[in-house]
Every structure is written in C-alpha cells, then in structure tokens.
Design a protein around this ligand. Sequence first.
Ligand SMILES: [Mn+2]
Length: 333
Amino acid sequence: MSYFFEQESVAFKACVESLKKENKKVAVIGHVRPDGDCIGSTVAMVRILRNQGIDAVGVNNDEAPANLKFLLGDTPFYLASEFTIDDHICVTVDSADYKRVGASLNAMFPEVFLNVDHHISNKQYAKNDLIIGSASATAEVIMGIVLDLGWKIDPTTAQALYVGIATDTGQFRFPSTTKDTFEMVKALCDFGAKPAEAANELYENDSFARIQLIQLFLASLEMECDGRVCFGLLTDSMYQESGAGIDDADGLVDYARSIQGVEVGVLLEERNGALKGSLRAKDPKYRVDQIAQAFGGGGHACAAGLNVDSKDIEAFKPQILAKIKEQFALLKK
Ligand SMILES: [Mn+2]
C-alpha cells in the first residue's frame, strides 16, 4: 500500500504505544479562538486516542463557536477554566506556536508530549513534533495517519475531520487542496461524514447580527496598491452597533480577497484594546506568513495572522501596507 505520511504515521503509532504502556491520561489542546480545523482535530484526536484505550479529553481556552458545537457530540471537551489537571499530559493540535493555546494552558502544561500540525511556521516545541506543511489542514494530517495505520473511525470523528478539512481549504478552493485531500474526504464519507449536513450547520446558520456586522465591514473596504490590496476594518463600535460577537467575524477577510484584481486581502480588527490582523492571498507566492512574521505573527503562505499591542488601526495600517509593498517588490525581481 502507499502511505500518505509514512514516517509520521510510524511516529504517531509509537507515541500511542508509549501512552498506553505508561497508562497516561491525555489532554488534547488547540489554539485560542478555535476554528473548524482546531475543533475538528481536537475532537478527532480525543476520540482516536480513546478508541485506543487512552483516557483522553479535549481542553481549550475558549468555547467552541456556536456553529461548530455540533461537532463535539459526546466527546469530553472542557474549558481551560473548568479543567483540573490530574496527571494529564498534553497533545496539541493545529497550534504553530505553543503560546497560541493561551497562557492558562501554557501554565498548566509546561511540557508538550506531541504536537500535530500543518503550519509551515510551526516552532516544533514538543517532545514529538508531527508537522506536515503540505497538508491542507491538521485534520488532513490526522486522517492521513489514520489511513496509513489502517485504523477505523466512527461517524462523529469522520464528520469532525471532514469539517476541519472543508473549512481550512475554504470549501476545497484554496491551493492547499490536492488529490490527496479528496482521497481522504472520500474515505471520510465512507466512515460516515455527511458533507451536506456539515454545510447546513456551518453556512446556513448566520445570525442576523452577523449579517449586520458584515454590512458594516463591507462599508469599510478600501483599495490600496492600485487595487492589488484590499483592507477591511472591524472596530469595537461595529460590534456594538450590530450586536455581533467575535465569532461572527470568522471568514470576513475572505470578502477583501475575493474582489477582482485583489491579490492580498487584509482585515484589521480592534479587540479589547489590542489589534489583530488577518492576511489572505490568492496565490502562495505572496507568502503572507512572512509579512505576518515581520509583526510577530505567522501562518501559511496564503493565510496568516498577527497580533499587535496597539490600539491605533490608522497608525498601524501604513506599517503593514509598507511590508506588503516590500513583498510585492521582492517578487518583481
Ligand atoms: Mn488548521
């Protein structure tokens, strides 16, 4: 048989064997403000480990967004604030930098046993790092390993992995979508994933407040660099005016990128006195992860993010725009 990730599958199996042998309890943790891939990968990892007889639970700094709660099923999943550590050791999913899981989980688990991820910028902070930068999603890394090992998964696990892949590929539109992605999705359907049910939960469920937030966001869009870059803003006052919550901002940056002629879409967001930036490129050659890295952030070639300790969007915008222009200039050479 051919393997998706032969080396990593062998390494994962060895990790599972050692957890079993030492009778370890596992906390599977992911990044703050979890997205579809983070929740999907957490749920799947917990269930796969439990299926191997390991006492595993999911823990996150934040609650699963409302439109992803359906993925949890009967999976044990705790908020960090309500979780008591009882000899658990920690496995991270979808977290390129260990800081991304939040300060309270960092404090609870000074060491990481296993780090499973697909971010090229992953800092490899665990005892065992299984990073596949070419995978479209952490869920794809997990599914490849499951298939390589010939393991079976239940329909809840299949649905969780499906949603991880479907959301991180932008519904199979991003360049990270490959033949392997579809092979894995086919296998997930065989295991009981239901794409139409997932799409209903994810995309036919917007609150009216989110639509009003989108309206305010769209009104903020501005073109830069002769229409090659589009900036959108989300401010505290927009949240207040629309009544939307922070989960409602998911995916808004894609509107900025989706415009004809735009190569890089940028969302700058005011939140609790700090500033968050999201970058999306149409082509991986723009390496928006490098642009984000210049401000302490990171991510993927086509999708990256950053956080800055500033309140002033207007002051920050020229700084990030200058960096984007630099990147464009580099490509010209
Ligand atoms: Mn991901």
